[in-house]
Design a protein around this ligand. Structure first.
Ligand SMILES: Nc1ncnc2c1ncn2[C@@H]1O[C@H](COP(=O)(O)OP(=O)(O)OP(=O)(O)O)[C@@H](O)[C@H]1O
Length: 300
């Protein structure tokens, strides 16, 4: 048995009739849930932090995220932290439309002020949105780039998908973006598979900015890079977040990334948000025992 939207919203504790979206938010998520396996109500009981598991004792389903609320405003970056398997990437994938959510509402407002319910869009509309409004930078560059294609070609991809036709304009926009992300223009026509890890991430970032998105989703953007390379990529991202009006969500297990890029943060455990607050405050003085444990482990 699948839950109706009404039941899901009730179960997630989300308001059934949402208040009018606050125009201040680029993204407002209420009661987001994702279950892998049996999506019936029986799967929820017995999961979450108080039970120490995301696996349903009743159905064996994985309740990867449930009842997740978050908001992010233009020009702001929200961090998502939690141990491996806590549901961070699942939340990001549901927002990106890489997979459908099981429950919840996602209200998205673009630069122009028009608001849509992401969870109600058709697959075609979701794809359109991924081209023009919502970009993702993945930990694995192979997920965000076509490896056999040149850096310039990769950046041109979302432009042509958005309807750009003039070769000169596409080339000049790609050049501008690669310059901005500090990719040597001399290598613009080389296939990205020949690039170093840090350079691939820079091309991925350039590509993600191509259509001036309203929302940027960063999933462990520097994990796997050498510390000095990661520091350079982080610096670049911080500069870009400061100078653009994009709203960003940053998933990372690395607190230095969260500290450097975000102003607010949510903490996830077994698919639930256990604490939310200002990044500085939360990392300085975590209130929830799980956040305290995470911060203590990160501080060594
Ligand atoms: N496609 C899938 N099918 C079944 N279970 C999945 C799938 N994707 C994720 N899960 C499960 O959902 C839970 C949350 O996974 P998720 O990848 O969101 O965690 P995470 O916090 O991002 O972890 P990590 O930091 O290791 O990436 C985990 O128990 C995971 O095994």
């Amino acid at each position: 048995m699948s839950l109706t939207l009404h039941e899901r919203a009730q179960y997630a504790g989300a308001p059934l009739a949402s208040p009018a979206p606050a125009p201040a938010w680029t993204l407002s998520v209420r009661g987001l849930g994702k279950i892998y396996g049996d999506t019936s109500e029986e799967s929820i009981a017995g999961t979450g932090p108080e039970f120490g598991t995301a696996v349903s004792p009743n159905t064996g389903a994985i309740v990867a995220a449930w009842g997740v609320d978050l908001d992010v405003a233009p020009g702001e970056a929200l961090g998502v932290i939690g141990e491996s398997g806590s549901g961070k990437s699942t939340v990001l994938r549901c927002i990106a439309g890489d997979e459908p959510a099981t429950a919840g509402e996602m209200l998205f407002t673009d630069h122009g002020g028009s608001t849509e319910r992401l969870d109600q869009l058709s697959p075609t509309e979701r794809r359109r949105m991924r081209i023009s409004d919502i970009s993702v930078v993945y930990q694995d560059p192979a997920l965000g780039l076509t490896m056999d294609v040149s850096a310039g070609g990769n950046v041109a991809d979302p432009l042509t998908a958005a309807g750009w036709r003039n070769f000169g304009r596409i080339r000049s926009r790609a050049t501008e973006l690669l310059q901005r992300t500090e990719v040597p223009i001399a290598r613009m026509d080389h296939p990205v598979k020949a690039f170093s890890g840090g350079m691939k991430q820079r091309v991925q970032i350039a590509k993600s900015l191509a259509n001036d998105p309203s929302l940027l989703l960063l999933d462990e953007p520097t994990t796997g890079l050498d510390a000095s390379v990661a520091a350079g990529v982080l610096d670049l991202m911080r500069g870009l977040l400061e100078e653009t009006n994009v709203a960003a969500i940053v998933v990372s297990h690395d607190f230095s990334v969260i500290e450097m890029l975000t102003t607010r943060v949510i903490v996830m455990q077994h698919g639930r948000v256990v604490e939310a607050g200002l990044t500085d405050q939360l990392l300085e003085d975590p209130q929830h025992p799980y956040s305290q444990q995470l911060v203590a482990a990160a501080r060594g």
